[in-house]
Write a new protein. Structure first.
Length: 369
């Protein structure tokens, strides 16, 4: 496993040089669950209307081309990767090629058989999403009545075989009441839970397919974010964080000019996302036709250069730049585009969420002795 400080240094160098250090391979949108807020999952019928999955050989060829340009890390994601019959072959061959490989999974399919080969060549980390603290919540949100026990079993198997695992969580109207219990589940399993209350709009799927309440309203998301910080940090660290945030706001931290600013993330600078149907994007949550390229047709190098050039439009608009809350807001170019359909518009949802978060942080801070 590469130490975090070394990866940070490598990303810093790669971002400045516009070299692809990391890429996500979204190998399939197929999944064994049916989460109400998922923007990736498709049925086989839906997939046929869009494109085709790439073969193991095609993914390995793209990986080889990318490696020649400096690619070091690959995130295998979906859909659910372990649902794919040839996932073992792809994973092991990527490891044999020398890549650092991470996996995103819902955890429900990880069993003794998978552990038997995974433990022989462990991934850098397996990121598992926890969707609730009961099987009832899993049934309601993901249409899986055994989800929680399957995830618990997976985490225990992974940890007992010295495979690093992280737990993430997307907080929605369907599982917000489970939040405290979800934190307890993670604690009992011996892992840290990394929950988020912000969910991007379903930019990669028809929004009419989603229920109106697939995500929290902005005010509730902001309050929930503050509460999660309060619960996770502990009294002293929480107090320090709130005081730090308040100091930033007191300084009225505005940019010296009114121009748009380049985004601070690595999208289209040192990272890329390749979809199951063969599109390269700078960011996995933003499928803008003007920003994508086609590595399986053009080759990885040509597609990467294409995406780097196109990603230059990913800027934080001047209104956000001038905002005194800029440094404590979660906005980015992708959020502006997904929320408002334009990089130039202010993402109203995130403005409201930030205001609610700050107000709740103050309230929670005042409860401390």
């Amino acid at each position: 496993m590469v130490q975090p400080q070394i990866m940070k240094y490598l990303f810093s160098k790669a971002t400045r040089a516009k070299l692809p250090l990391s890429a996500a391979f979204e190998i399939s949108p197929e999944c064994n669950m049916n989460c109400k807020m998922c923007y990736v999952k498709m049925t086989s019928e839906e997939m046929k209307k869009v494109g085709r999955k790439r073969t193991v050989e095609e993914w390995l060829d793209i990986a080889k081309q990318a490696q020649e340009l400096g690619l070091l890390h690959i995130l295998l994601t979906g859909g659910e990767p372990f649902l794919q019959k040839d996932f073992k072959e792809l994973y092991l061959k990527l490891k044999q090629m020398g890549f650092i490989v991470s996996i995103n999974s819902n955890g429900t399919m990880i069993n003794e058989e998978i552990i038997s080969w995974l433990s022989q060549s462990p991934p850098d980390v397996i990121n598992i999403t926890l969707y609730g603290a009961s099987n009832d919540t899993y049934k309601r949100l993901c249409n899986n009545p055994k989800g929680l026990e399957q995830v618990k079993n997976a985490v225990n198997l992974l940890r007992s075989n010295n495979i690093k695992v992280k737990l993430n969580a997307s907080i929605t109207p369907y599982n917000i009441d489970d939040l405290d219990e979800m934190l307890k589940v993670a604690e009992e399993l011996g892992v840290t839970l990394n929950p988020t209350a912000y969910m991007f709009p379903p930019s990669r799927r028809d929004e009419s397919l989603f229920e109106d309440n697939f995500r929290l309203d902005a005010e509730r998301a902001g309050k929930c974010t503050a509460y999660m910080e309060y619960k996770k940090l502990g009294k002293e660290k929480f107090k320090q964080k709130v005081e730090y945030i308040m100091n930033i706001l007191k300084k009225n931290n505005k940019a010296e000019n009114n121009e748009d600013l380049d985004i601070s993330c690595r999208a289209g600078k040192s990272t890329a996302w390749i979809t199951w149907d063969g599109k390269m994007m700078s960011c996995g949550v933003m499928e803008n036709e003007n920003l994508i390229s086609y590595p399986f047709e053009k080759g990885f190098e040509a597609a990467w250069k294409d995406v780097v050039e196109k990603s230059k439009v990913l800027k934080l608009n001047s209104n956000c730049v001038k905002c005194e809350k800029r440094e404590v807001c979660y906005t980015c170019g992708a959020a502006c585009y997904d929320e408002e359909g334009s990089f130039e518009k202010v993402p109203n949802y995130l403005c409201k969420m930030t205001d609610a978060r700050l107000e709740e942080l103050k309230i929670l801070y005042e409860t401390l002795d």
